[in-house]
Design a protein around this ligand. Structure first.
Ligand code: GRF
Length: 217
């Protein structure tokens, strides 16, 4: 069973989606520890409610913060680290130690709209298709080999929040699925691309009719 460590800074709905997928045995994984740079993060409450060890790791000193993250993740035997709304940029030092074993979810179709409030950026740009991306983290923020993407239609009357809400529901599908593919050993990083080896699909079971999911979902 894959040991997963989750980094989160906020309300933790992506963390919840991972926990739920594990508990429903959709994925052969277990969240063993949750870490946050925000002591008020509701993600920490969510972890505790599910009997998962959760730690606030002070982030005043970036290097000390990252050393603590690394120490705790290692001590729990984490095999895959997941950024689920973790809002800090991890340093090359940290990424070097976890490259290939740390993934992230971003609420846009990367490489468009990196950075914060990607949903607002997309809406203000006037795109017709927005969406979300999971990727292996590399030394550049919101960068790294892409695992899955899903495209969500933008509606004329969308506000930032209605669009973000619609994207979030799809994030809650592609992030657990990305962990599932990792656990199955079906993700092969080839340079800047990820090859997904053949196998089962979630399309029939967990998909929204008007969302386009990339190969491998
Ligand atoms: C998600 O939209 C995620 O893509 C972005 O921040 C949001 C976090 O939401 N990085 P939550 O904390 O998982 O609810």
């Amino acid at each position: 069973m894959l040991k997963v460590g989750v980094l989160a800074s906020g309300r933790g709905t992506n963390l919840q989606a991972i926990i739920d997928a594990c508990e429903k045995k959709l994925i052969n994984a277990k969240v063993v520890v949750v870490l946050s740079d925000n002591e008020k993060a509701f993600a920490l409450e969510r972890a505790k409610k599910h009997g998962i060890d959760a730690f606030y790791v002070e982030a005043k000193d970036k290097r000390k913060h990252e050393e603590k993250l690394d120490e705790i993740l290692q001590s729990y035997g984490v095999e895959l680290a997941v950024g689920a709304g973790y809002m800090r940029i991890l340093s090359p030092w940290f990424i070097k130690r976890w490259y290939g074993k740390i993934i992230n979810i971003h609420p846009s179709l990367l490489p468009s709209f990196k950075g914060i409030d990607a949903q607002r950026q997309a809406l203000e740009y006037g795109v017709k298709l927005a969406g979300c991306t999971t990727h292996f983290m590399d030394e550049k923020p919101d960068h790294g080999p892409i695992i899955l993407q899903a495209a969500v239609k933008v509606k004329d009357d969308d506000t930032r929040d209605t669009l973000a809400e619609r994207i979030l529901k799809v994030e809650h599908q592609i992030l657990p699925r990305s962990i599932d593919l990792f656990e199955q050993g079906r993700l092969v990083i080839e340079g800047s691309r990820v090859k997904i080896l053949p196998g089962d699909s979630w399309l029939e079971k967990y998909s929204y009719p008007d969302v386009l999911y990339s190969e491998g979902y």
